[in-house]
Design a protein around this ligand. Structure first.
Ligand code: CAP
Ligand code: MG
Length: 430
């Protein structure tokens, strides 16, 4: 047992280059808290279950140390030598790897990671960030709107293009592929992307508004890069990746490719709830969102607090804050987190999505401010007046908030919004 206690040192002062992790630890019966934190620090750095004859003093110095504990929360410092710079999967294999399966713990949650300047500078970060996206979308102040055509699977290229055209014409800025739509028999990726971008060009010419398409390139890595190049060749400016199902390595590879192509990356988080939902085990979305900023997504889903998916208001606020700001000491929610200086890494545009409809827009903008992308699928496609009116209703709800006109009042002179409010109701900001 003593080998574990070597990984606990409350006198240790983390060095400038160290990476700090905040864990919530629940020891199994019979295991002391001190031993439990030592075991986590050991297994996630360079220790194992027994004493080693190969452990020299030089190697011992590289160990992680649990240096602070408060209630069930423990901070562990990792010397940067333990990590390969610019390698996100390797970081995850260390601080989010074997430790989750240790019998000595009943629960373990990685709540947050604080990256050091040296570590941060080994990654690319977002290429566009909030300002860059606003610039190429030519949208100065209001939230950017996006719609994901529903039904999420099944429409053929023709049907998809017709719906996309209506969404754009109704005043929505971005049409987005759904997370599980890639290149199925009913709609081949290449055929659909080519056709939908032609429609996009036509609507841009007719309306004089900037429009974009988020092409989901999630698939086997080499083919993913081929698809990204294709999007670029067809005049697209955005690709989308489901970063957790594709994996951190694929995401990094795409980020590198997008540097050359000048494409922005929309990051979908499908799969995150498999390990972020349990508050006692797994990993927080906050920690994942920091990895997205580090690697370089330009937009990332953060939830809504009021829509169809889990994600409490405090958590959504903490995510938005972490993505879009440098950390201010005054910022506090119930989410447990570490301070993070981003050293100038561009901010990521937060995407609020999941069960949204026009009646929820005032709540969402009040909670998150106008620097967001509001992504609405069912709340546009389910409008009783049809998709184009559905898009119009979404745009009207945004315009009403920006002009500070109560939604119900605005709906009196805007029939599409009226239809949406009648179907789904209205939720007041808190
Ligand atoms: C929303 C959505 C998004 C979720 C993802 C869906 O559609 O397209 O993928 O919002 O969740 O498929 O559910 P609706 P999150 O607007 O019809 O709900 O944003 O929390 O990552
Ligand atoms: Mg979706």
């Amino acid at each position: 047992m003593s080998q574990y206690l070597d990984f606990v040192d409350f006198k240790y002062k983390p060095g400038n280059n160290d990476i700090i992790c905040l864990f919530r630890i629940e020891p199994a019966p019979g295991i002391s808290k001190r031993e439990a934190m030592g075991r986590v620090a050991a297994e996630s750095s360079n220790g194992t279950w027994t004493e080693l004859t190969t452990l020299t003093e030089r190697i011992r110095k590289m160990r992680a140390r649990a240096f602070s504990a408060s209630g069930e929360f423990v901070k562990i410092a990792y010397p940067i030598e333990l990590f390969e710079l610019g390698n996100a999967p390797q970081l995850m294999s260390s601080v989010a790897g074997n430790i989750f399966g240790m019998k000595a713990l009943d629960g373990l949650r990685l709540e947050d990671i604080e990256f050091s300047r040296k570590y941060i500078s080994s990654f690319k970060g977002p290429q566009f960030g909030v300002k860059g996206i606003r610039k190429f979308m030519k949208i100065k102040k209001r939230p950017i709107t996006a719609t994901v055509p529903k039904p999420k699977l099944g429409m053929n290229t023709n049907e998809y293009c017709k719906v996309a055209e209506k969404i754009w014409r109704g005043g929505v800025d971005i049409v987005k592929m759904d997370e599980n739509m890639t290149s199925q028999n009913f709609a081949d990726f290449y055929k659909t992307t080519r056709a939908v971008l032609k429609v996009r060009d036509k609507v841009e010419r007719d309306t004089g508004e900037r429009k974009a398409f988020l092409a989901n390139v999630t698939c086997e890595t080499k083919e993913m890069l081929r698809r990204a190049k294709f999007v670029h060749g067809q005049g697209g400016e955005f690709v989308m990746i489901d970063f957790l199902t594709a994996g951190f390595a694929a995401f990094q590879t795409l980020r590198n490719e997008c540097e050359d192509l000048g494409l922005a990356i929309h990051v979908h988080r499908a799969f995150h709830s498999a390990f972020t939902r349990n508050k006692e085990h797994g990993m927080s979305m906050l920690a994942l969102s920091k990895l997205v900023r580090l690697i370089g997504g330009d937009t990332l889903h953060i939830g809504t607090a009021v829509g169809k998916l889990v994600g409490a208001r405090d958590e959504v606020l903490a995510l938005e804050h972490e993505l879009e700001h440098e950390m201010e000491p005054s910022f506090r929610t119930k989410q447990h987190f570490l301070a993070q200086d981003w050293y100038g890494v561009k901010p990521v545009l937060a995407v609020s999505s999941g069960g949204l409809h026009p009646g929820l827009i005032p709540y969402v903008i009040d909670m998150l401010g106008p620097d967001i992308m509001v992504q609405v699928g069912g709340g546009v496609l389910g409008n009783p007046m049809g998709p184009e009116s559905g898009a119009r209703a979404l745009r009207q709800s945004i315009d009403a908030v920006m002009e500070r006109i109560p939604l119900k009042e605005y709906a009196r002179s805007h029939k599409e919004l009226k239809a949406a409010l009648e179907k789904w109701g209205y939720t007041k900001p808190v």
